[in-house]
Design a protein around this ligand. Structure first.
Ligand SMILES: Cc1ncc(COP(=O)(O)O)c(C=O)c1O
Length: 317
């Protein structure tokens, strides 16, 4: 299936056509996976397109670069501004934004230091990541036989391309066995996360989610759901979770930029609760979507408007 992409791409400070956003096969990234990226949603709201938690995504992007000793030649503010401008230039009502920073063509060999840092931002239309019915009905998932990367192998806090080879193994195994998604355990055997989502469990009216020490990506949707749940008066704890908690939970759900808040209706063919999305998942999903779609007040300041500034002439100035 082709990518439903938008016309312009931001590359090292300039806008270029999508078709021209290509690289040479000698680029370091293709051989040694030296890339950092982000996934960000820009939502359609009644006030125009608005990017969800732009600052936090930009911070994670720059922090991921720092972990890998990459220095993009743009400040956080410039990168954030570039994303707003890309939405404007492409004149879209909503989109998915993909900043990508990698080591390009220079030397060959593992040593990355002599390869230039390339910065691109792509955008495309991305619907419901886990399928159209997923948000409403929930998804069937499995626990993967692949573990999440160990803490002293690849840094889980960085959103680096290399981590997604592990994620691909988890995803492919799940799909091959008839599931929508796979959940990995960390190297101690505790619940970590989905191949591209964080995970939450509800039991006895309380909400639990694995801590950052379970080798998870520090999800920005995860952080938003923690904030939202506490604001709505729920008791939420970050703690290690054993695999069997997934089987005896009342509710389980995924969070992620692509997956948003997706209920899980079975794990390893064992129904979660009644086998239907539960009330706490529903309440959080509805509150989250109401804010990001501009139907409720943006009380946590999560949205950055991309509406074109009104031109002086049309503002009658
Ligand atoms: C491995 C992994 N975990 C969790 C997430 C969720 O993170 P976020 O909510 O920031 O998109 C993602 C998606 O980016 C991911 O790829």
């Amino acid at each position: 299936m082709a990518i439903d992409h938008y016309a312009q791409v931001w590359h090292n400070g300039k806008f270029i056509p999508w078709e021209d956003a290509t690289i040479h096969v000698a680029a370091h990234v293709l051989h040694y996976a030296s890339s950092i990226f982000e996934g960000i949603r820009c939502y359609e709201t009644p006030q125009g397109p608005a990017i969800f938690r732009l600052k936090e995504h930009t911070d994670r992007l720059v922090n991921s670069c720092k972990i890998y000793r990459m220095e993009p030649p743009y400040s956080r503010e410039q990168l954030a501004q570039a994303m707003v401008e890309l939405v404007r230039v492409n004149n879209v009502r909503h989109c998915y934004l993909r900043p990508l920073i990698f080591r390009g063509v220079g030397d060959m060999g593992v040593n990355p230091f002599n390869n230039p840092i390339e910065v691109y931002i792509l955008s495309w239309a991305w619907g419901k990541y886990l399928g159209h019915e997923a948000l409403r009905d929930g998804v069937d998932v499995c626990v993967s036989s692949w573990q999440r990367i160990a803490p002293n192998t690849l840094p889980a806090l960085a959103k680096a391309g290399a981590n997604y080879m592990n994620a691909q193994l988890i995803k492919m195994e799940a799909l091959t066995n008839g599931y929508t998604e796979g959940i990995s355990l960390d190297t101690s055997g505790y619940v970590s996360e989905g191949s591209g989502e964080n995970i939450f469990v509800v039991r006895g009216g309380r909400i639990f989610t694995p801590p950052l020490s379970a080798c998870i990506l520090p999800g920005i949707t995860r952080d938003s759901v923690i904030t939202l749940a506490r604001d709505l008066g729920y008791d939420l704890t970050e703690q290690t979770l054993s695999r069997e908690m997934l089987y005896i939970a009342d509710e389980v759900f995924f969070t992620g930029t692509a997956a948003e808040i997706t209920p899980i209706r079975s794990v390893d063919r064992i129904p979660v609760g009644t086998g239907k999305p539960g009330p706490i998942t529903r309440a959080l999903q509805e509150s989250f979507l109401a804010i990001v779609e501009g139907r409720a007040e943006d009380r946590f300041n999560w949205l950055t408007s991309c509406r074109q500034p009104v031109a002086a002439s049309s503002a009658g100035l």
